[in-house]
Write a protein that binds this ligand. Structure first.
Ligand SMILES: NC(=O)C1=CN([C@@H]2O[C@H](COP(=O)(O)OP(=O)(O)OC[C@H]3O[C@@H](n4cnc5c(N)ncnc54)[C@H](O)[C@@H]3O)[C@@H](O)[C@H]2O)C=CC1
Ligand SMILES: O=C(O)CCC(=O)C(=O)O
Length: 388
């Protein structure tokens, strides 16, 4: 029986992928084998030694201590692209809300009093305060052309916008998906000076933290709208407020309210709603549950942010799933231990990524406990599991 701890609400569609006769799932559970999480902050949390996998039902893994988990030999998964359409739709909503002064217009309508005739009169005389502008011909700069950025860029083209993008590490897959109409910005600074709207779609990393700071905000075209559906910390809030004050920035539309941003007349702040659609929640939950299950039951790894991709189809025999440091002669030492007791290797796969390697070995009969312990004792071996 595998034990799964959930730190956030995970869609039932995903939990149903973990059959109850093999999986016990609860928000409070002792010695879990895996943790499923959305946005809960796991930094500083005591993660029990029993944990072998952490599954993030979503894209960003900045809420998980990934480096520490790698050192411990714990795999961390995410669900690339599973919520990208939901975020794209909210970014488009944000652009349109900003261009048409929708939040202010809604506030105005809420404030109306009197009978239908007086409301009608107030509407017709008041609406001139909310005159907006249209998107065709305006330039959108997309920073980060991953699952979300590519969708936002292509959708903005379809709305008649000009689109420029910046992503020095764009993958081949995303480059194929990106319309050839999207022009390449030479640098982030080049993108910022050429855009009427700027939309951020990068992960939060040491490099992207406060990437949009004071100096860069000063280079924006007067009246730019900045959209941040990535992470709060990517924008320097102090400097942002100054840019709004000077009018360099017209609107800041984000998914991350704060005490200073909420209620600000030029800020549209949503309560981290980017991935909050039924479809995205289901997509993420199903994908992450399948990935965690494949790892727990077969040792296979797909869509990990810290482990190598490794998939060895199950055939005959018994499987050992070993996580070890990526150093020479690990496989040699492991196979020597197996050979000493006459265990025959039927199939084997070894993959590495950075400092970590995963070795899957199918053997002809169960491995005795003392041999498993010998393998565990090899310098650099982080975990050894014999799978049914
Ligand atoms: N508001 C919300 O609810 C959601 C927010 N997010 C946030 O959006 C981020 C992006 O999500 P995805 O597009 O799914 O991720 P992704 O991994 O598919 O794309 C990220 C892209 O950013 C690029 N990148 C990294 N550093 C860069 C830099 N310094 N400059 C320019 N490009 C850079 C990468 O090359 C990659 O192509 C997530 O990491 C997460 O923080 C994601 C989903 C929902
Ligand atoms: O699970 C959520 O609602 C947050 C989604 C998110 O921020 C992400 O996928 O990075």
């Amino acid at each position: 029986m595998f034990k799964i701890q959930t730190l956030n609400n995970i869609s039932v569609a995903g939990l149903e992928r973990l059959p109850r006769d093999r999986y016990e799932i609860a928000s409070e559970i002792a010695n879990p084998d895996a943790i499923l999480v959305r946005s809960a902050d796991m930094h500083g949390m005591a993660i029990p030694p029993s944990v072998k996998a952490i599954g993030r039902a979503g894209a960003g893994t900045n809420n998980i201590p990934v480096a520490e988990m790698t050192r411990r030999g714990v795999v961390v998964f995410n669900t690339p692209g599973a919520n990208a359409n939901a975020v794209k739709e909210l970014v488009l909503t944000g652009m349109l809300m900003a261009a048409r002064n929708i939040p202010q217009a809604l506030e105005f309508v809420k404030s109306l009093t009197g009978d239908d005739e007086s409301i009608h009169e107030a509407v017709e005389s008041g609406k001139k305060r909310f005159v907006g502008f249209e998107l065709p011909g305006r330039t959108l700069g997309v920073v980060g052309l991953g699952a979300i950025g590519v969708r936002v860029a292509n959708a903005a083209l379809a709305l008649g916008m000009r689109v420029i993008g910046y992503d020095p590490t764009i993958t081949v897959e995303r480059a194929w998906q990106l319309s050839s109409e999207v022009k390449q910005a030479l640098s982030l600074d080049d993108l910022l000076v050429r855009s009427d709207f700027v939309s951020l779609h990068v992960p939060l990393t040491a490099e992207t933290r406060a990437m949009i700071g004071g100096a860069r905000l000063k280079t924006l075209r007067k009246g730019t709208t900045l959209l941040n559906f990535a992470r709060q910390e990517i924008v320097d809030e102090e400097m942002l407020l100054e840019a709004l004050e000077t009018g360099r920035l017209l609107v800041y539309c984000c998914d991350f309210p704060s005490s200073r941003l909420k209620g600000h007349p030029q800020v549209i702040a949503l309560p981290h709603l980017g991935a909050s659609t039924k479809e995205a929640e289901e997509n993420c939950a199903v994908m992450v549950a399948d990935q965690v299950r494949a790892y727990l039951e077969d040792g296979n790894v797909t869509n990990s942010v810290n482990f190598p991709e490794i998939v060895l189809p199950r055939g005959e025999g018994y499987r050992l799933a070993i996580v070890n440091s990526n150093v020479p002669n690990m496989v040699g030492q492991i196979s020597t231990d197996l050979g000493k007791v006459g265990l025959n290797i039927l199939d084997m796969l070894n993959r590495s990524r950075g400092d970590i390697a995963v070795t899957l070995i199918d053997i002809d009969r169960p491995c005795p406990d003392e041999v498993l312990d010998q393998i565990r004792a090899i310098d650099g071996v982080l975990s050894v599991r014999q799978l049914d």
